[in-house]
Ligand binder design. Structure first.
Ligand code: ADP
Ligand code: ASP
Ligand code: MG
Length: 814
């Protein structure tokens, strides 16, 4: 004999009931089956809603009642289109009783727990009858038995406790003489010894099935639901969750106690002693393997078996100096809660005994506060303790696994994974048996926490990065294309799942929690919402995705001002925009500090030398204990282009114009030609070498003519280049006479930095620098005589995009 239980969704429509019927038909070919059914999906909630509306004198209870009627009649009509009259007659009779009950509640304006149980019992009574009779009408050997005649409880309405002695006898007596192959029982419902209708608690049909399974000592209990087993975590919140094939009773109990709704927590108890395995199966996918819950020890190498969460938690904190060393506070606290029938879900106590922290259901919080403050009113009046502190909108997230005790560092990993994602832990509890480590966090972070922890403990190998790119001009577009092209490579070879979750230009912005489909991102962006810098920040923050990275591909001052906000939300920042790093030292320092404090990387490799690994190399030198003594560098692709093409046969104006037209200079060429851009770069290198310096501290010898340096507009500037051709030719002539090349050089030496045009003699590493190449020579304690040299293309959209890409991957590999 087998006991099967089908949940609300499984009996939520005629289509699903037909699946249930074919499963039963199959099983009953070989053995007799007991089938426990829930109410039609959603009906228990509707019954409670109707009751609440009636109690509140809200006539809408009639609509809710009508919905309940229609739902059942529709199912009957679809299941037994021609032969349903007798079923309808019975159902109508029950529905009349239900209507009378609701009218009564409406009249007296009161809904007691006792009446509530009477009310919700209709759900299972109706569903079990409809299914049982449909089976009979389809010619199967089936009958329906009301579990209220079998399961006897105390009068603890809404969650009654079972009298096993009487119940077990009733069940075995009944089935001893039952002759049909299939017996349908309503789950959830029972009666008290005094004959009042009771229920076993929300989700209690699972429990009914376990009670019957243990009374009949069957060899297996099957719980059929709408998912393919007990998952590693809630599959509705974590896309990558997967069914656990085998799990111990203890683990299943712990997971369900901590919110895995797929199994009602008390279900395990009756079958545990008899060692009856519970098999969780999916009615909508009967071929799926499901989960087997038993006492078999399995897979000891996987310490964490599952992660669960309970929402709507309140944290109560009782604290005060008067508690230290004085016994009895906890006892009184728990007694008070117990008298109020308030369930304590989690407890922590600091070792100083100065405070006790409790997690309870939010619905009980007000009641708890009143009762506790009342119980401790004397001590509160004497200022020995404070009135109880209540914090709401919290959630418990628990790691569960029998084997966690044999593995070190699990809690450490848990806390650091949460910390890295800016999820503040309000309280921690770990049982001495180490089967469970629970943390209390803000409700709003639950989805992120579950996904983060699931990735940490179950996906381990793949790390998801979520980037939010602002500025999709020349460089930004290349970056998006590189991400699109490399997506599969990164996943396969680096175990990084790189997704673009937000994109913005100055006009439009788009977000997608699951990652933007990059095959047509331009179209999507064009149809996006109106962009704003603050809006992009808010959107990024609201998605609250793990490993979020803001990528600034602009040269915009206002964008740079927002880094602070991103970092404070633990959102990493990757920027090719130099403004923040070259701003005043205090701001640079602040961003670095925030990056450390909030565990949010701040990377800006492309600020110097585009894609060349200059800053990364410098950071590695410093991290390994080296010290920079001097830096000599040519850092401007634009100026290199200009001086490589300028000679006595060309005109300075034409060369600068050409550089502008070919995208080698900023739209305003003065930023390059005045040396400001190079000064910013050497400033960043000096700062990264550990020196406190500002832009004003850098000596800048301008090579521009005075008129050029002082020009007000870009057009005026170009005019001066024509007028002052002789000045520029004299620079060239001097260099030629000395057999030198003109290079714009940045230097950092003994704490001082300068930039300026220099005549570079033949044989010098700078002499042969081609095109827009950059070169940096680091002299350090270790590289004292022969510098470390980094040289290569230092400008261009492709290489800059790949520098940004490298920064993103650095975060992924972290
Ligand atoms: P039924 O109506 O069949 O009793 P429930 O709604 O009570 O079904 O339980 C199944 C639901 O439990 C799933 O649809 C899923 O949303 C939720 N759930 C939460 N945590 C888990 C988990 N760890 N594994 C599987 N399901 C879970
Ligand atoms: N119908 C009840 C509920 O929704 C019992 C159950 O489905 O297990 O809570
Ligand atoms: Mg359930």
């Amino acid at each position: 004999m087998k006991v099967l239980k089908f949940g609300g969704t499984s009996v939520g429509s005629s289509k699903n009931i037909n699946s249930v019927i074919s499963i039963l038909e199959n099983y009953s070919k070989n053995e007799s089956v007991v089938c426990v059914v829930s109410a039609v999906g959603g009906i228990t909630d509707k019954l409670l809603l109707a009751g609440k509306q009636a109690q509140d004198k809200d006539a809408a209870y009639n609509d809710t009642f009508n919905f309940i009627c229609d739902k059942h009649l529709e199912i009957i009509n679809e299941l037994t289109p021609l032969k349903g009259q007798s079923i309808i007659a019975f159902v109508n009779q029950r529905l009349n009783e239900l209507k009378n009950l609701l009218d009564g509640i409406f009249l007296i304006n009161e809904l007691s727990p006792k009446t509530s149980d009477k009310l919700v019992s209709f759900g299972e009574i109706l569903s079990s009858y409809i299914i049982g009779e449909t089976l009979v009408k389809r010619g199967l050997s089936a009958s329906c038995k009301n579990s209220q005649e079998l399961i006897v409880t105390n009068s603890n309405f809404t969650k009654a406790e079972v009298d096993y002695e009487v119940t077990n006898k009733n069940i075995s007596d009944y089935f001893y003489s039952a002759s049909s192959k299939i017996t349908i029982l309503p789950g959830f419902v029972a009666k008290s010894i005094t004959g009042e209708q009771t229920t076993l608690g929300r989700g209690g049909s699972d429990f009914t099935a376990a009670i019957v399974a243990s009374a009949l000592k069957v060899d297996s209990l099957e719980i059929w639901t709408d998912v393919s087993g007990m998952y590693t975590t809630n599959p509705k919140l974590v896309k990558h969750a997967y069914p656990i094939d085998k799990i111990s009773y203890q683990e299943a109990m712990e997971l369900s106690h901590f919110g895995a709704k797929v199994l009602y927590p008390p279900t395990v108890q009756p079958v545990l002693d008899l060692n009856i395995p519970i098999h969780i199966k999916n009615t909508l996918d009967p071929e799926a393997a499901g989960t087997i819950i038993s006492n078999e020890i399995v897979n000891t190498s996987q310490p964490v078996k599952g992660i669960s969460n309970i929402s709507k938690i309140s944290l109560l904190t009782l604290q005060g100096s008067g508690m230290i060393g004085i016994p009895g506070f906890s006892k009184r606290l728990f007694e008070t809660l117990s008298q109020e029938k308030i369930n304590v879900i989690l407890i922590t106590q600091a070792s100083s005994e100065h405070s006790i922290c409790l997690g309870i259901n939010e619905a009980d919080a007000v009641k708890a506060k009143v009762a506790i403050d009342d119980a401790f009113s004397n001590e509160i009046a004497l200022h020995k303790i404070d009135p109880i502190i209540v914090e709401n909108e919290l959630s418990i997230v628990a790691l569960v696994g029998d084997n966690m005790k044999n593995h070190q560092g699990i809690s450490g990993k848990m806390f650091s994974a949460l910390g890295k994602n800016n999820i503040n832990i309000r309280a921690i509890a770990q049982g001495a048996s180490e089967k469970n480590i629970s943390v209390v966090i803000a409700e709003k972070h639950v989805k992120k926490a579950l996904n983060t922890l699931h990735e940490q403990f179950f996906e381990a190998k793949t790390k998801q990065l979520n980037v939010f790119i602002t500025g999709v001009g020349n460089v930004g577009e290349k970056l998006v294309e590189q991400i699109k092209q490399q997506h599969n490579y990164l996943k396969k070879n680096l175990k990084i799942n790189l997704r673009v979750a937000g994109l913005s230009n100055s006009r439009k912005m788009i977000f997608n929690e699951s990652g933007i489909d990059l095959s047509n991102w331009k179209e999507q962006l064009a149809n996006g919402e109106k962009a704003s810098l603050q809006g992009f920040f808010e959107g990024t923050k609201a998605l609250n995705l793990r490993n979020s990275i803001f990528v600034d591909v602009t040269a915009n001052y206002d964008v740079a001002k927002l880094y602070e906000k991103y970092l404070r939300e633990s959102i990493g920042v990757v920027a090719c925009n130099k403004i923040a790093c070259a701003s005043d030292f205090e701001n640079y320092k602040l961003l670095k500090t925030l990056s450390l404090k909030y565990n949010a990387p701040y990377l800006f490799e492309t600020n110097v030398g585009a894609g060349l690994p200059i800053i990364d190399t410098l950071n590695n030198l410093i991290a390994s204990g080296d010290q920079v003594t001097s830096i000599h560098a040519v850092l401007s692709g634009s100026l290199n282009f200009v001086f490589n093409n300028f000679n006595d046969k060309t005109k300075f104006y034409d060369v600068v114009k050409q550089a502008g037209d070919e995208g080698y200079t900023e739209p305003d060429p003065r930023i390059d030609l005045s040396g400001v851009d190079v000064a910013r770069k050497i400033l960043i290198l000096a700062r990264e070498s550990g020196v406190e310096m500002n832009l004003e501290d850098i000596k800048n010898d301008p090579f521009l003519s005075e008129a050029g340096f002082k020009s007000d507009t870009v057009d005026d500037f170009y005019e001066t280049l024509i007028a002052d051709e002789a000045h520029y030719q004299s620079l060239y002539a001097s260099a030629k006479a000395n057999n030198c090349q003109l290079k714009y050089v940045a230097q950092f030496n003994e704490g001082k930095a300068s930039v300026g045009l220099q005549e570079i003699p033949e044989g010098h590493p700078f002499y042969n620098l081609q095109g827009s190449d950059n070169i940096v020579m680091f002299y350090t304690k270790r590289y004292a005589n022969q510098p470390m040299i980094i040289k290569g293309a230092g400008a261009g959209a492709d290489v800059t995009a790949s520098g940004l890409f490298a920064d993103i991957i650095r975060i992924g590999n972290d």
